[in-house]
Design a protein around this ligand. Structure first.
Ligand code: SF4
Length: 224
């Protein structure tokens, strides 16, 4: 805009910065871009169980021109790399990239000539998410951390310098801590829900381990 470069740093710009960053983080639209098995986990967060709509992100954009976030879900082959870069170039600024899974982050177990050994060889990455595949909860956690990062983005060079001097950072609290039950009542409710969930999934409600099917006489326990 230019105006912010002329004005002294004060309460006005600090609040505009917060407001701009808040609107950016709460209206992030991901580009529809799944490359391999990790994409299934990415699709899962769109369902009712994980509900990415809570963060205003349920609209996976079919065009890169209306997307701010590229979730690289899966391994990137050398053949795919130019296409990925073209999609990234077509996304408007500001834009962010999340490398989902070990394959996108480092090439993972595909240490060969066909697979790019980390998508950061092709596009700048803002957030790396480990795991093979990362659980949907992990993807949501990475998205929340990216939100915290966006809240730290300075509006101009002057503000960037000021923030650096002050060491201002939004704390990146893991979701497991932020949303952990705090009171006794909340803890009891969470335990009840977990027990019911385990029961529904067919595992032992006390131990949390999968119940083994009763063995028939003469049947080998393993090595089928
Ligand atoms: S990290 Fe694992 S799940 Fe994800 S694309 Fe690679 S092999 Fe598939």
């Amino acid at each position: 805009m230019g105006l912010e470069a002329q004005l002294p740093n004060g309460i006005l710009l600090a609040n505009v910065e917060k407001l701009v960053n808040w609107t950016r983080k709460t209206s992030m639209w991901p580009a529809t871009f799944g490359l391999a098995c990790c994409a299934i986990e990415m699709m899962t967060v769109g369902g009712s169980r994980y509900d990415i709509a809570r963060f205003g992100m349920e609209r996976f954009s079919a065009t890169p021109r209306q997307a701010d976030l590229m979730i690289v879900a899966g391994r990137v082959t050398n053949k795919m790399a130019p296409v990925l870069r073209q999609i990234y170039d077509q996304m408007p600024e500001p834009r962010w990239v999340l490398a989902m899974g070990v394959c996108a982050s480092t090439g993972g177990m595909f240490n060969n000539y066909a697979v790019v050994q980390g998508v950061d060889h092709v596009v700048p990455v803002d957030m790396y998410l480990p795991g093979c595949p990362p659980r949907p909860e992990m993807l949501l956690d990475a998205i929340l951390k990216l939100h915290a990062k966006i809240m730290d983005e300075p509006i101009n060079a002057k503000r960037a310098e000021q923030k650096l001097q002050r060491g201002e950072r939004t704390p990146m609290i893991p979701s497991s801590e932020r949303y952990a039950p705090k009171t006794r009542g909340q803890r009891k409710l969470a335990e009840r829900q977990q027990r019911a969930q385990r029961k529904e999934m067919g595992s032992d409600p006390q131990l949390g381990a999968l119940q083994e099917a009763p063995q028939r006489p003469g049947e080998l326990s393993s090595g089928r």
